[in-house]
Every structure is written in structure tokens, then in C-alpha cells.
Design a protein around this ligand. Structure first.
Ligand code: GP9
Ligand code: MN
Length: 623
């Protein structure tokens, strides 16, 4: 029997080693792996507490669950490059809609995590050696001792995890904790919901622009309808780029030449909520939740979102999205954000479905009569879908002639779907024109988040080859933002670095609404004297991009293990030069999260950040 226990122990250790190698753990590999190994042994030894006749079955259940966890983690990791967080339970209902993406990442090799389970199970079945499990019978006193030792061990490891996370400024990842400790810590966080500690708020306050009135561009798009298009997975590199002599986005490129301000160094800042976080950040001017998708985490909050502001000015507010209305909890949260009318698959005719939902062409086509029907200025928000991962478009929608090397690749599919989006948008703009909706409208467009991960070897290779330069964070997070104001000769490329959090103040300025400068975290990119974009939770709190450099916090959350380089030359930058930006990034994110966790947006709008945070009550809460 003891031989068998050793075999099980060894198979657990091998699985852990393979898993940690698979996720690319390097620093402290053996230390973390062994710590997790002993943690698992401690958990397994609690099986002694189970009655003898049920012990064997319990062992198989536990061992199966452990194998299943590694399997699910491996699949999840291949897309998100972290392990399944416990809060993803909230998203279980969404799996059906994105099943194409799930299938894309399911690889038979991950089934290897079940091999030892199957072997042990079959061996036991054929040999019927139940009595061996019963041999592991120990007296009650020993049971208690084993349980006590195991529990103390588990608590001890959790204590060590707590310390590691504290040293990493709250960042817990599989890289600093290891697979099982990560899950246990994640569950503990989820259950206890610890308080956010805003740090160095004075840095955020100092950073508020001193100018009291917006000058550049103020009201440039006033008295017009506002159409905002949030384009699915639209990255910056596709603009003005060709493939085999064909423009990928000919219409967007044309738009850039005509009455358009183009923010070419604009970065995504989404967290767990992907598309929905892009919406949340842009419309609110605050960062997303670091623990859960923002539309869920803050569903009970009070807001002062951009649609609310425009509504006060007499705009009708409408959202168009060709998916089920409760996806990402939109149906619940939209009214609280000031959206009067949510036109989803509940109202739209599902006459052409591509991938996740209604095709962009159909969405735009069906929107025209609705927009035409509005008898006052409108603020309408389009969330497109066709260019969604895994970018598998039916041939009849693929108009680009791709070179052989990209055919059948994920990049090839992406280029086709972005090209499709570009065509759909062109048609939409034509329809706006022929329905007299164009001249008096401002069209604002941005990408929601990345399509490709540099951590994915295949994608990284494809992109590096396609771009002719290494595909790294600065390109991965870059998305386009463009503001097209028909009839205003304003072609300009703004290279000031900004992020989605800056959308709200920038747009408010353009449409001519003054907002108190210290009411949100974002900055008006037309006035900003220096560029700064905080990268969001998956990069590690403190990562940022400014006008010169990019700083990426170490995967284990440690400053000294970070990397930084000059954006123009690619030459490494000393980490000390990044300390100020790092502290600024942490300050902004923690302040923003504190405000949201305490539902303080209305108060911040009324009293200003400075007053709220120097106010005694909030201050004591912070201590
Ligand atoms: C679903 C759509 C896609 O409604 O917004 O979301 P994503 O998977 O990109 O977060
Ligand atoms: Mn998306």
C-alpha cells in the first residue's frame, strides 16, 4: 500500500512540475512547486478523516477534481495567461455564446493531466483491492493528530502566501504562489473581500491639471448627434497597413485623411470584463475592477457616466449591441449608466449571425431607422461583434486575398474580419449620409481591447513576422481612437499617450461640456501636458506607458524583476527612472478602485477628489 501512496505522490509532483513548466514559471521554481506539493499532500491526508468504507471513493473524487482543475487551468491559461479565478463562476452562463473561442483553445494534450488518474482508477478496478485502502486505518487519536498537522500546515502556507502577496503590492499570481496556493488565496480574497488601501492619493491630486477651463477643441463637436463605435478587438497596427498590396482598413484610412483627430498612442485598459470593461472605463472615466468584471462588481453603485451627462443636456441615449441583453450584466447596469434604450437581440432581427452574434452589417443597417426616428440629438453607442475571437469568418465575407503564409491562420482570419468591419462601417456612413444623419453628427471610434497575446507563441511569431518588429506590450495594448467631425478640417494626429480612462473627459470637452477636472481619474487628451497610461490588472499593478517609455511590472509583482524600455529606441531604461511613474500608476488605480468600492462617484463629482480624500471620514477609513 505504501508503494501505492508513493506512486500517487510522485504522480502529483510530476503533474505540478509539468503545470508550472507549462505556465513558464522560472523564478523560485522548486521552492514554489515543492510548497504546493506539500500543500496538496496536506489536503489529501485529510482523507484519513473520511470513514474507511468511503475513503477509496473520496480519494478518487479528490484526485479527479485535482486533475480537472489542472485541465481547466491549462485551457484557460492558453487564452488568458493566468489561472481560472473563482469569480469566473459568474460568467458560466456566457460560455455558450463564446463556445467557438473555447473550442479553439481546447487541445487534446491537456487531457494528459488525467493520465495518472485513469491508470490508478483502472488498476484499482481490476484488482479490487479495497482492503488496502482499509489498511490505512489509524486510530482516532492518530486521525486527530494527522488532521491537526495537516491543517496547521495549510494555515502556515496560507500565511506565507499572504506575506508574498503583501511584498508584491497585493499582486497574487500563479507565478508568485503556484497553482494550488493561487486558487486557495483567490477563494479567500473572494470570500473576505479585503479593503482597498489607496496609496499616495496626493500623487493623483497633484496630477490634476491646474488649468481650470478646457481650451483646445472645446465644443468642437457641440450641437451634433454623437455616435460612438466600440470596435471589437480592433488593434492599432491594422490602420494604414497593407497585406499583399491591399489596405486592411481602407475606409478607416480614408477617414483619417478627412476631418478627423487621430489619437495614435491610445491604450486599452480592460480587466476581467473585456468588452464590457472597455465600455465601463470609457463611459465613466474610472479604472475597471481588479477583482471581477466591473459591470458585476459595481452593479449596485451610483454613477455619473457620460450618457447621464449628455442626457442632462437633452440628448437621447441609445446602445446598439447584437447579443443577448444580459451578457456581461448589461441589461442591469445600462439604465444605471444613463442609457435610455438598449437595442439588443431582444429587439433586433437576427437575420445574419456571424460568430458571437448579429453581424456588424445587420446591426448598422437596423440602427438607421431607429436613429432617424429620434426627434432630438442622440448619443448612440455601438458595440460591434463580428471581429470577435477566434476570427473565423465564412468565406463569403472574406474579401482580402491573403498570401499563402496567412491563410488558415488566426492572423489571416483577424485581417479578414477587421476588413469586414471596415466595409460594414463604410456602408453605415453611406447610409447616414443618404438619411441626412451625417453632417450633424460626430463619429467617434475606438478598439475595445487586444486581439492577440504576445504570450501566445504562435500569435507572437505571426505578429512579429507581419509587423517586421517584435510584437511586445506597447503594440499589444495599442488601440486606435479617432474622432471624425464632418465639415471640420481638423486632420491631426495626437501622439500624446492616453488610455481608455481618458475617453470621458476628452469627449466631454469636444462636445462642449465642462466637467470638474478633479471628478474623475482620466484626463482630457487634447489638453494633457504629458501622456500617461496605466496598464491594467493583468500586467501587474504599477505598469504604465508614458510619452518616452514603457514599464512592465515583474510577473511576480516585484519591482526589481520588472522591465522597461524606451519606446522609440527599444533601449532598456533603468528601473529607478520608472519609480515615479510606477508609484503614480499605483496611486491612480488604488484611488479609483477605492472610490468605486465605496460608491463614492456622486460625492467625488460634488466635492472633488481633493476634498473627498482630505475629508476626515474618508481619511480615517483609509488609515
Ligand atoms: C459579448 C461581446 C464580446 O456581448 O461584448 O465580449 P468579449 O468576449 O470580447 O468580452
Ligand atoms: Mn471584446
Amino acid at each position: 500500500m505504501y508503494k501505492k501512496i508513493s506512486v500517487i505522490g510522485i504522480s502529483i509532483l510530476i503533474k505540478l512540475i509539468i503545470f508550472h513548466l507549462y505556465i513558464g514559471m522560472k523564478d523560485q521554481f522548486w521552492m514554489i512547486t515543492l510548497k504546493n506539493f506539500f500543500l496538496i499532500l496536506a489536503l489529501y491526508s485529510l482523507l484519513f478523516l473520511v470513514k474507511e468504507d468511503r475513503r477509496k471513493r473520496s480519494f478518487f473524487i479528490v484526485h479527479f477534481l485535482f486533475s480537472l482543475l489542472l485541465f481547466i487551468d491549462a485551457v484557460y491559461y492558453s487564452n488568458f495567461f493566468t489561472l481560472v479565478p473563482v469569480h469566473s463562476l459568474y460568467q458560466i452562463g456566457q460560455i455558450g455564446t463564446v463556445s467557438d473561442s473555447v473550442w479553439y483553445y481546447l487541445r487534446p494534450k491537456y487531457l494528459l493531466f488525467f493520465v495518472d488518474f485513469i491508470v490508478i482508477f483502472l488498476y484499482e478496478r481490476w484488482n479490487h483491492r479495497d482492503q488496502e485502502f482499509q489498511m490505512l486505518n489509524i486510530t482516532k487519536k492518530w486521525k486527530k493528530t494527522v488532521a491537526l498537522i495537516s491543517l496547521s500546515f495549510i494555515i502556515g502556507i496560507m500565511g506565507i502566501s499572504q506575506q508574498i502577496v503583501a511584498e508584491s503590492h497585493g499582486l497574487y499570481t500563479p507565478y508568485n504562489l503556484g497553482v494550488l496556493s493561487y486558487h486557495m488565496y483567490d477563494v479567500a480574497q473572494f470570500v473576505t473581500k479585503p479593503e482597498i488601501q489607496p496609496q499616495k492619493i496626493e500623487k493623483v491630486i497633484e496630477d490634476i491639471p491646474k488649468v481650470q477651463e478646457q481650451v483646445k477643441g472645446f465644443g468642437m463637436a457641440a450641437n451634433r448627434n454623437v455616435i460612438v463605435i466600440q470596435a471589437e478587438s480592433l488593434q492599432g497596427f491594422v490602420l494604414n497597413k497593407t497585406v499583399a498590396g491591399q489596405e486592411i482598413t481602407p475606409f478607416l484610412n480614408r477617414l483619417l485623411q478627412e476631418d478627423t483627430i487621430y489619437f495614435s498612442r491610445y491604450y486599452e485598459q480592460v480587466g476581467w470584463g473585456n468588452t464590457s470593461d472597455a465600455e465601463f472605463i470609457s463611459q465613466n472615466g474610472f479604472y475597471p475592477s481588479s477583482g471581477l468584471y466591473s459591470y458585476k462588481e459595481y452593479e449596485k453603485n451610483h454613477f455619473q457616466a457620460l450618457p447621464m451627462l449628455l442626457k442632462e443636456q437633452g440628448y437621447k441615449t441609445l446602445v446598439f449591441h447584437g447579443n443577448e441583453p444580459d451578457f456581461w450584466n448589461r441589461k442591469t447596469i445600462y439604465p444605471k449608466q444613463g442609457w435610455d434604450h438598449f437595442i439588443s437581440l431582444d429587439e433586433l432581427e437576427a437575420d445574419e449571425r456571424i460568430g458571437v452574434g448579429l453581424s456588424d452589417r445587420s446591426l448598422f443597417r437596423q440602427a438607421i431607422p431607429i436613429l432617424k426616428d429620434q426627434n432630438s440629438p442622440f448619443y448612440s453607442f455601438f458595440v460591434t461583434l463580428t471581429s470577435h475571437h477566434p476570427f473565423m469568418l465564412d468565406e463569403k465575407y472574406c474579401d482580402l486575398k491573403l498570401p499563402k503564409e496567412y491563410e488558415g491562420t488566426i492572423l489571416g482570419g483577424y485581417l479578414q474580419s477587421v476588413h469586414y468591419f471596415d466595409q460594414a462601417l463604410e456602408k453605415f456612413v453611406e447610409d447616414l449620409k443618404s438619411n441626412n444623419l451625417y453632417e450633424d453628427t460626430v463619429i467617434i471610434l475606438y478598439g475595445d481591447h487586444k486581439a492577440f497575446r504576445m504570450e501566445d507563441e504562435e500569435q507572437e511569431e505571426l505578429l512579429t513576422h507581419f509587423l517586421g518588429k517584435p510584437y511586445e506590450e506597447d503594440e499589444m495594448y495599442r488601440i486606435p481612437l479617432m474622432v471624425h467631425i464632418p465639415g471640420k478640417p481638423i486632420q491631426e494626429e495626437i501622439t500624446r499617450v492616453g488610455g481608455q480612462v481618458d475617453f470621458f473627459p476628452t469627449v466631454a470637452n469636444l462636445v462642449g461640456i465642462s466637467i470638474p477636472l478633479d471628478s474623475i481619474v482620466g484626463k482630457d487628451l487634447l489638453q494633457a501636458e504629458k501622456g500617461f497610461a496605466v496598464l491594467q490588472p493583468h500586467t501587474g499593478r504599477g505598469s504604465f506607458i508614458d510619452d518616452e517609455k514603457i514599464f512592465i511590472l515583474g510577473r511576480d509583482g516585484r519591482f526589481e524583476n520588472s522591465k522597461a524600455w524606451n519606446l522609440k529606441t527599444g533601449v532598456p531604461v533603468s528601473l529607478e527612472e520608472c519609480r515615479e511613474g510606477y508609484e503614480q500608476a499605483i496611486a491612480e488605480v488604488t484611488t479609483s478602485e477605492y472610490i468605486l468600492k465605496h460608491d463614492l462617484i456622486p460625492r467625488v463629482w460634488k466635492e472633488g477628489l481633493k476634498k473627498v480624500f482630505t475629508n476626515k471620514k474618508v481619511h480615517t477609513e483609509i488609515q
